[in-house]
Design a protein around this ligand. Structure first.
Ligand code: NAP
Ligand code: HSE
Length: 435
């Protein structure tokens, strides 16, 4: 059988996971693909560091170039993260004609177009299944399984850390920072974790999915991103009373009759009856609507050593097949096919809303707020105000009918200026998942 020598750059959560997974299932992978896989070298930063996997000392080096440029290494896995050295690792490998497997969504989001072009130019390939949704084979599904569909909408719980935090806040009433510390201990969070909780990791992944689904590479600066830092126990409680669960959702939705696509990440009220509402803990899910297939759902672990290693092994298998058959662009990493595509500005996107205000409980307050919504042509579908004492602050919750984000934001800005409204209004969009 043909020998494939793998160079792994990075021996942290994912690198160790890949090393262990190959130790366990490398022979199985080899027999399925019909080529033999062996870990040849591993680059890390610190040779003395204690690792989750027992990587033999003689395989380790601190110089990634030694691995990438080793003539015996014919496949490279970039598993260090970040966008600077990782970019150099990937470009250097591609220039040498070596296929690369990466789990690095930040890198692809920032430099995807350049890296895919380099893969094409140097007659090799760049695989990235592990960059989105850990162990769920969503890249392969969009690229191959749904190749005959137009993707009308796609909704994803794509960040394991945020889903883990929101789930424990809802089910245990747990404190945000304590749960974040647990997510870090479990190896789910990015370094720094702000990438997760401010929604940027989810935006990197949503952008990659949107690019694949719509055939033009999404500029990450065009993605509207909101994280979960401002979500409070009160929001979770009132959303629950109204029959909803708050999830951080990456949305990719084609605007009717246009080449424009909504690409956004924000906390979303999901109806409890919808399957995404019961995706808990570190699990991720992607709900895809295709014009031929209809609804399809993907579910699995979105982060962590073994789930991510499973996707890296899948890519290693594809790259091994390329090397075995000599057909290097068998599955082109990304094919741009929609020149007219563009991301729709968030102000033009239409949503329904949950709004939580903190107001002074006195006569006329509700009427003034309702008037501003009315003048903005925004319908109110329901109101909750828990009983309070006159003159004291109380939460006031509105559920609003469809309005553009631009109109809703302007109305809220006016409401925030009322002397009886205290603090910043909270606005969370509501998704019905109807086409
Ligand atoms: P990690 O635990 O921090 O590991 C990073 C590894 O890279 C460490 O082993 C580090 O060496 C090594 N490294 C950093 N700079 C290096 C350099 N210049 N030369 C050689 N080695 C270097 O990170 P991770 O969680 O495994 O994540 C790796 C990638 O996978 C990231 O792109 C991440 O976004 C992505 N990802 C992670 C998960 C997850 O669940 N963790 C899931 C999907 C995708 P030392 O160990 O010596 O410090
Ligand atoms: N930090 C990421 C998450 C890792 O929590 O989803 C998986 O990409």
């Amino acid at each position: 059988m043909q020998q494939v020598n793998l160079g792994i750059i990075g021996g942290g959560t994912v690198g160790s996971g890949v090393f262990d997974a190959l130790a366990r299932n490398g022979a199985l992978l080899s027999s399925r693909v019909g080529a033999n896989i062996k870990v040849h070298r591993v680059a890390v930063r610190d040779l003395q560091k204690k690792r989750a996997a027992t990587i033999p000392k003689n395989l380790l080096t601190t110089d990634w170039r030694e691995v990438v440029c080793d003539p015996e290494v014919n496949l490279v896995a970039e598993l260090i993260g970040g966008t600077t050295i990782a970019r150099e690792v990937v470009l250097t490998s591609l220039k040498l004609g070596k296929p690369v497997v990466t789990a690095n969504k930040a890198l692809l989001s920032a430099h995807g177009e350049e890296l895919f072009a380099a893969a094409k130019k140097y007659g090799t390939n760049l695989y990235y299944e592990a960059s989105v949704c850990g162990g769920i084979p969503i890249i392969k599904s969009l690229r191959e399984g749904f190749v005959g569909n137009r993707i009308t909408a796609l909704y994803g719980i794509v960040n394991g850390t945020c889903n883990y935090i929101l789930t424990r806040m809802k089910l245990e009433g747990a404190d945000f920072s304590a749960v974040l510390a647990d997510a870090q201990k479990l190896g789910y969070a990015e370094t720094p974790p702000d990438l997760d909780i401010d929604g940027h990791d989810a935006a990197h992944k949503t952008g990659i999915l949107a690019s694949l689904a719509h055939g033009f590479w999404i500029n990450p600066k065009k993605i509207h991103v909101e994280g979960i830092r401002h979500i409070s126990a009160l929001d979770i409680k009132f959303a629950g009373e109204l029959g909803y669960t708050i999830k951080l959702i990456g949305t990719v939705k084609k605007l009717e009759g246009s080449c424009r696509v909504q690409v956004s990440v924000y906390p979303t009220l999901v109806p409890n009856a919808h399957v995404l509402a019961s995706v808990n803990g570190v699990f991720n899910a992607v709900f895809v609507q295709g014009d031929i297939v209809g609804d399809a759902l993907f579910y699995g672990r979105g982060a962590g050593k073994d789930a991510t290693a499973s996707s890296v092994l899948s890519d290693i298998g594809d790259a091994m097949l390329d090397l075995k058959t000599g057909i290097k662009n068998r599955l082109p990493a990304f094919v741009p096919h929609e020149c007219a595509g563009a991301v729709a500005p968030i102000d033009e996107v239409v949503s329904q809303y949950f709004v939580r205000l903190n107001v002074v409980d006195k006569p006329g307050v509700l009427a003034k707020i309702a008037t501003i919504f009315g003048q903005s042509n925004i319908g109110i579908s329901s109101v909750i105000q828990p009983e309070g004492h006159e003159g004291e602050s109380v939460p006031l919750i509105f559920m609003l009918h469809y309005a553009t984000n631009g109109v809703a934001a302007k109305a809220l800005a006016k409401i925030a200026k009322l002397p009886t409204v205290k603090g910043k209004p909270v606005m969370i969009r509501v998704e019905s998942f109807e086409q």
